[in-house]
Design a protein around this ligand. Structure first.
Ligand SMILES: Cc1cc2nc3c(=O)[nH]c(=O)nc-3n(C[C@H](O)[C@H](O)[C@H](O)COP(=O)(O)OP(=O)(O)OC[C@H]3O[C@@H](n4cnc5c(N)ncnc54)[C@H](O)[C@@H]3O)c2cc1C
Length: 386
């Protein structure tokens, strides 16, 4: 076992990092996950996630967690409505009979991010995750690393895995390659108690997902199990629009004014998403790692998930890729045929980069098409409806 007598530190307790921790523990490795969130009760924000048979679900199968997943996924939450800016329905999966189930290549069950995190956390040995550990510095120590956290604590590890997401600070220790701006900025928000606070949107979403397209803009809304609606707009903007627009995104009134101007001509019902004072808006310019990135493997550090191959969300692959990275990295690190950890990492990284490049290409194509005047027709054709 390549990891015998080695201490592994995974930085970041997102789906990628936690899946890897579980898979490594099954293989007998000594692992800690260092996560910046204060504790496991911190509410996990963001859209629901559909897991794919050959990636996210494959990782859960190998992690022996498929039954746990079946107990907390949300049947029907994958049902999609495609609409235009007037909320006229062009395609409705609620009207289709769904026969796909686990094992079918096109079955893509949805799970909220909170329950996914809980299910992975519950599978780990006690005290695997160390909370309130925002990595501040990573410095070489012998053949391994010293991790220093913002709260003044430190830890050591023989092998560090950067699973610290889109703004990874570990990435720079693996590669100098920088992500490039993908041309679209997302404004994300959540309306809690949607049946009361956004009744028309709640009814339109019907427990599933709504993709709205018009004027080269997108507005994607998904219903979550706690009764909230998570949504995100997508608009073509210059790279530094968030700063240069002068909009204070903590001020809901300013965001509503922006939305009314930018989405002028859209049905008034969309404004339900923006009128709730409790909504916290998060603007996210979308970046993508270059498709041809390459680097020399190291013996004591690697990356997975968004830290390795950040891309926009328009192919719905991010979490699936992060979990597949975790699966393949764990398999390579458990492979007795490799002479050392560096070789195992080299094999993992080569395949991971190749896979990510193909998906990033697809994602960029979708990002472009969905923010064009032909967006709805494009998506209808993809679903075989046009
Ligand atoms: C608006 C939006 C919608 C999306 N929709 C989808 C979708 O429908 N389907 C899909 O597959 N993907 C989707 N994605 C992408 C998906 O969220 C990511 O690809 C996925 O979460 C990546 O998983 P990860 O584990 O690599 O990183 P993350 O989920 O980002 O997890 C990183 C973890 O690291 C922690 N962390 C960060 N920095 C530090 C630090 N310095 N120290 C310690 N801990 C740290 C964070 O708190 C977090 O827990 C979407 C993304 C966005 C922005």
């Amino acid at each position: 076992m390549l990891l015998q007598n080695k201490q592994v530190a995974i930085v970041g307790g997102g789906p990628g990092g936690l899946t890897l921790a579980r898979l490594l523990q099954i293989n007998g490795a000594a692992v800690n996950v260092y996560e910046r969130d204060l504790n496991p009760e911190v509410r996990v924000q963001g859209a629901t996630l559909d897991l794919h048979n050959d990636s996210g679900l494959a990782a859960l199968r190998h992690a022996q967690l498929l039954d746990e997943f079946k107990a907390c996924y949300r049947p029907g939450a994958d049902r999609l409505r495609l609409v235009n800016q007037h909320a006229a329905i062009a395609y409705d999966q609620h009207e289709e009979q769904q026969t796909a189930t686990f094992g079918d290549p096109w079955f893509r069950p949805e799970i909220d991010r909170g329950p996914l995190r809980t299910l992975l956390l519950d599978s780990l040995q006690p005290n695997t995750v160390v909370w309130d550990r925002r990595l501040a510095a990573l410095t070489p120590l012998g053949e391994g690393w010293q991790l220093a956290f913002e709260n003044g604590t430190t830890a050591t590890a023989d092998l560090v895995i950067g699973a610290d997401g889109a703004n990874s600070s570990i990435r720079q220790l693996v590669t100098p390659i920088q992500p490039f701006y993908a041309g679209v900025t997302v404004v994300e928000g959540t309306v809690y108690h949607a049946a009361r606070n956004a009744p028309r949107m709640h009814a339109l979403t019907q427990g599933g997902k709504v993709f709205a397209m018009g004027n080269s803009h997108t507005l994607i809304t998904s219903a979550k199990g706690d009764g909230s609606l998570c949504f995100y707009t997508g608009c073509r903007t210059p790279e530094f629009w968030v700063k240069n627009s002068g909009i204070d995104f903590t001020d809901a009134a300013q965001v509503l004014t922006w939305f009314q101007q930018e989405f002028a001509g859209w049905d008034e019902m969309w404004q339900e998403l923006f009128t709730n004072k409790a909504t916290r808006f998060v603007p996210r310019p979308q970046y993508c790692m270059p498709l041809d990135q390459n680097w020399e493997a190291q013996a004591n550090i690697t990356l997975l998930g968004d830290a390795a191959h950040l891309m926009p969300p328009y192919a719905g692959e991010g979490v699936n890729m992060a979990m597949l990275d975790a699966l393949e990295l764990s398999q390579n690190l458990a492979n007795e045929h490799f002479p050392d950890v560096r070789t195992a990492i080299r094999h993992y990284e080569a395949r991971m980069r190749e896979r990510a490049s193909l998906v990033a290409q697809e994602t960029l194509t979708q990002t472009e098409a969905l923010h064009s005047p032909r967006a709805l027709a494009h998506l209808l054709a993809l679903f075989g409806v046009a």
